[in-house]
Design a protein around this ligand. Structure first.
Ligand code: XMP
Length: 512
C-alpha cells in the first residue's frame, strides 16, 4: 500500500487549499516513460479486505442493473455484481443462490445433483424447473429405492405432445442407456470418457449403485479450456457475488438468508453512510458475522470514511450524487465532485488498509483510469452497465432507437415500489405522496451483450495503464499524477470539428 507522499498529493493539496474539488472531466493523468504493454497489465484488485476482483468493475445495487443474470456474467468476466435490495429478503437470497449455484466448482463435480423420481410426470418436472428456476434441464432419475435408473435430458421432453405431459411418466421418457462411472473418477478421466462416449452427463455411483455425483461436460470443458481462468471465483470455485442491505432489523433478516446462501460480501447501501444507524448496524454485523466482509457507503469526506473504517468497514464506497440518474446534489445542495472525494477518502483507506470503491459518475473507460489513479481500488457502475442484455427489463423502441429503462434508487418510481429504496434515502416514515425524490427515471441506450461492453471498459483502462507506465492497479494508484483541464482542454480532448460517421463501441457523443 502506498503510504509515502505520492506525485498526486501535491496537486490535490493545492486544490484543497483553494477549496476546489474536482471530478472526472476536470482532470487527466500525465503520461510517463513506459515499458508496459497494455495487453499484459494486471487488473487484479480488491473490492474489500478479503474479496478479490480480476477486473476492477463492480455493478451497482440498482433494480435496473444487478440481478442474478448480470451478476453471473460480470463474475465470469472477473468482476462482481451486487444484488439490489428492492427485493424481498427471500427474493434477494434466491438471486444470490442463482449466482453461487451457477458453476459446479473447481472440481467440476456436482456433489448433490437435483434428481427426479421415475413415477413423476413430465409436467411435474417442468413445473418444478419453472418454479425453482433451475438453469439446467437434465436430471438423474431414481427408483423408489433411491437407485439410479436413468437420466432425463432436455431432449426427452421434446418428443411428447404438450397436452400429454401430465400423463407421461418420467420412466417412459428417460434415457435408460446409462453411462456411469465409479465414485472418485477424476475430472480428467471423466472428460475423456464423456468425449469418447459423446455424453453430456456422467453420473458417479458407489458400490451399491447409489448416485454420489454428476459431471456435466459443459462445466468440464470450461475448466479444461482455461476459459474459467478469468472467472472471479471463491475458494470453492463458485462465482463471487455481493448483496446490498440496509440498516436495523431488515438488514439482519436479509443477512441471515444471504449468509445461508454463502454471499461473499454485503454492502450497507445508503445515501449517507456517515450516520448513526449505519455505524450501529456495521458494528453489530461485524460481531455476529466476523468472517463476512462488509462494505459501507456512501460517503464523500475523509472524516466520514475514517469513522466507518474505525467501526470495522472492510471497504468504503465513495460517491454522493455523481451518478447519471442522481439528483441528490441538486435537490439537497450537498456532495463533493468525485475525483477529489475518492482521493481524500483513499488517503484514509491507505492508512487502515481498507479499499475504496468509486461509486457512480463514470461516463467513459478513461474515468476508470482516473478513479483508480485518484486512489480507488475498484469502481461501481450503474449507467455504464444498464441497458445491456443481462440487466433486468425489456428493450423498448423509441425515436428510431432501442433503449432499456434505468432509474435511480431514489427516484419516485423506485421509492414508491420499495421500502428498501425509501430507507436508502431516510424516508421510511414519509407518506408516499410526500416523498422527496433524489433521482430520476430514465431510458438508457440498449448496449447489447455485457461481455462486449465490459471488454471495452477494461481495454480502455489497460490503455491508460500503458500510458502511465503502470503494470498493475497498485502501480497505477502510486504513479498517477494529475493535471487540471480547462474548458478548452476538455473540448480539445473530445472529437471536434468533424461529423462522426460511425459510432465507436467505446465512445458516444450522447455521453459527452
Ligand atoms: P452511475 O453514474 O454509474 O451511478 O449510474 C450509479 C450509482 O448512483 C447511486 N444512485 C443514486 N444516487 N439518487 C442518487 O443520488 C438515486 O436515485 C440513485 N440511485 C443510485 C448509487 O450509488 C449507484 O451505485
Amino acid at each position: 500500500m502506498p503510504k509515502k507522499a505520492l506525485p498526486k498529493d501535491d496537486f490535490f493539496n493545492k486544490m484543497r487549499e483553494l477549496c476546489i474539488a474536482l471530478t472526472y472531466d476536470d482532470v487527466r493523468l500525465k503520461t510517463g516513460r513506459s515499458r508496459v504493454v497494455p495487453d499484459k497489465v494486471s487488473t487484479a484488485t480488491r473490492f474489500s479486505r478479503n474479496v478479490m476482483l480480476k477486473i476492477p468493475i463492480v455493478s451497482a445495487a440498482m433494480d435496473t442493473v444487478t440481478e442474478y443474470k448480470l451478476a453471473i456474467e460480470l463474475a465470469k468476466l472477473g468482476g462482481l455484481g451486487i444484488i439490489h435490495r428492492n427485493l424481498t429478503p427471500e427474493e434477494q437470497a434466491y438471486h444470490v443462490a442463482r449466482v453461487k449455484n451457477h458453476l459446479n466448482g473447481l472440481t467440476g463435480l456436482i456433489e448433490k445433483p437435483i434428481c427426479v423420481r421415475e413415477d413423476d410426470t413430465l409436467k411435474d418436472i417442468l413445473y418444478r424447473k419453472e418454479k425453482r428456476q433451475y438453469p439446467f434441464d437434465s436430471f438423474p432419475v431414481m427408483d423408489d429405492k433411491g437407485r439410479l435408473v436413468g437420466i432425463l435430458t432436455g431432449n426427452d421432453f421434446g418428443f411428447w405432445e404438450e397436452d400429454s405431459l401430465g400423463l407421461i411418466k418420467v420412466k417412459q421418457a428417460m434415457t435408460t442407456e446409462l453411462r456411469i462411472a465409479k465414485q472418485g473418477t477424476s475430472l480428467d478421466h471423466a472428460y475423456l470418457l464423456m468425449k469418447k462416449m459423446k455424453k453430456k452427463h456422467l453420473p458417479l455411483v458407489d458400490d451399491k449403485g447409489m448416485l454420489v455425483g454428476l459431471y456435466s461436460f459443459k462445466d468440464l470443458k470450461n475448466i479444461k479450456s482455461g476459459k474459467a481462468a478469468g472467472y472471479n471465483l471463491d475458494k470453492k470455485g463458485k462465482l463471487v457475488v455481493g448483496a446490498a442491505i440496509g440498516v436495523g432489523e431488515d438488514a439482519f433478516e436479509r443477512l441471515k438468508k444471504l449468509a445461508a446462501e454463502h454471499v461473499d460480501v454485503v454492502v450497507i447501501d445508503t445515501a449517507h453512510g456517515d450516520s448513526e444507524k449505519v455505524i450501529e448496524t456495521l458494528k453489530k454485523i461485524k460481531k455476529l458475522y466476523p468472517k463476512l466482509d462488509v462494505v459501507v457507503g456512501n460517503v464523500s469526506e475523509a472524516e466520514s470514511a475514517e469513522r466507518l473504517m474505525l467501526a470495522g468497514a472492510d471497504g468504503v464506497k465513495v460517491g454522493q450524487g455523481p451518478g447519471a440518474i442522481c439528483t441528490t446534489r441538486i435537490i439537497a445542495g450537498i456532495g463533493k465532485p468525485q475525483v477529489s472525494a475518492v482521493y481524500e477518502c483513499s488517503k484514509i483507506g491507505d492508512k487502515y488498509d481498507v479499499p475504496i470503491c468509486a461509486d457512480g459518475g463514470l461516463r467513459f473507460s478513461g474515468d476508470i483510469t482516473l478513479a483508480i489513479g485518484a486512489g480507488a481500488s475498484s469502481v461501481m457502475m450503474g449507467s455504464l452497465l444498464a441497458g445491456t442484455d443481462e440487466a433486468p427489463g425489456d428493450v423498448v423502441f423509441k425515436d428510431g432507437r432501442s433503449w432499456k429503462e434505468f432509474r435511480g434508487m431514489g427516484s419516485l418510481g423506485a421509492m414508491e415500489k420499495s421500502k428498501a429504496a425509501r430507507e436508502r434515502y431516510g424516508q421510511t416514515e414519509t407518506g408516499k405522496s410526500e416523498l422527496i425524490p433524489e433521482g430520476v427515471e430514465a431510458l438508457t441506450p440498449y448496449k447489447g451483450a455485457l461481455g462486449l461492453v465490459v471488454k471495452q471498459y477494461v481495454g480502455g483502462l489497460k490503455r491508460g495503464m500503458g500510458y502511465v507506465g503502470a503494470a498493475d492497479i497498485e502501480e497505477l494508484r502510486a504513479k498517477a499524477d494529475f493535471i487540471r483541464l480547462t474548458n478548452a482542454g476538455q473540448s480539445e480532448s473530445h472529437p471536434h470539428d468533424v461529423e462522426i460517421l460511425r459510432e465507436a463501441p467505446n465512445y458516444s457523443v450522447g455521453r459527452r
